[in-house]
Design a protein around this ligand. Sequence first.
Ligand code: NDP
Length: 252
Amino acid sequence: MNATYNDLKEKVILITGASRGIGKQIAKSLASQGAHIVFNYRSNEAAALELKEELLKDGASHVSALSFDVTDYEKMKSEIDAFSKEHTISGLINNAGISKDQLAMKVKPSDIDDILNVNLKGAMNLTNILSRSFLRAKDVSIINISSVVGLMGNLSQTTYAASKAGMIGYSKSLAKELASRKVRVNVICPGFIQTQMTDELSDKVKEEYQKLIPLGDFGATEDVANLCSFLMSGASKYITGEVIKVDGGLYI
Ligand code: NDP
């Protein structure tokens, strides 16, 4: 079931990591409600063009593809600055993320750099780059995709959990900084959502998780996308600084 909000037609929304999984579904759901979708891609231009076509078919009013990696500050800034000369971004969804699961004793310093650079610093840098223009835009909504693991911790995910917990502190602080300008900042913490990232887990781990989920099943990407639509829309205009779980009750 898809939620629909008419005011999304007026929004220009940037989604990172839309090539697959949760990010792709968020882009498709917002496209189907007539938003102007902006997404980034790292190197695969052909795949980006395909995604552009798909989102236009879904109903997007416009689709723009920007070429940057969230860990490359200078390239990201120049792409955003060039785009912002023509358009005013009024929605941002920091979704790009990676995980490299490993017991703490085996984690290498380079793994810590890689995970923090994408999940935390990438999202912070992109948001900070956009924050000046957000002060001039109308009804801005920022959503940071964290994880339930950032709230409850998890074996073999010390670095990933730290990056996702960091996003929560960043978002709450930014929500306070920008509230007087009606810029809202919220966090979504998905639980176990079926995507390529979770397909990589062993069957044993998946079975163990399933037993822990009160609603009894893994989530679908649509479950996260529906909440994004709500938080992007005016229907949530009095909600900021919130951390909302989409986890089937995994962390009650
Ligand atoms: P996927 O691995 O399926 O997709 C990750 C996306 O992030 C891809 O589009 C990838 O692009 C992009 N990405 C990775 N690194 C970079 C980078 N350096 N610069 C720009 N883009 C990058 O992940 P999911 O859809 O499963 O997860 C999406 C988000 O949700 C992540 O932040 C994840 O931590 C979070 N999450 C997911 C859960 C789940 O159960 N699936 C649970 C809780 C949170 P590319 O195609 O170029 O690699």
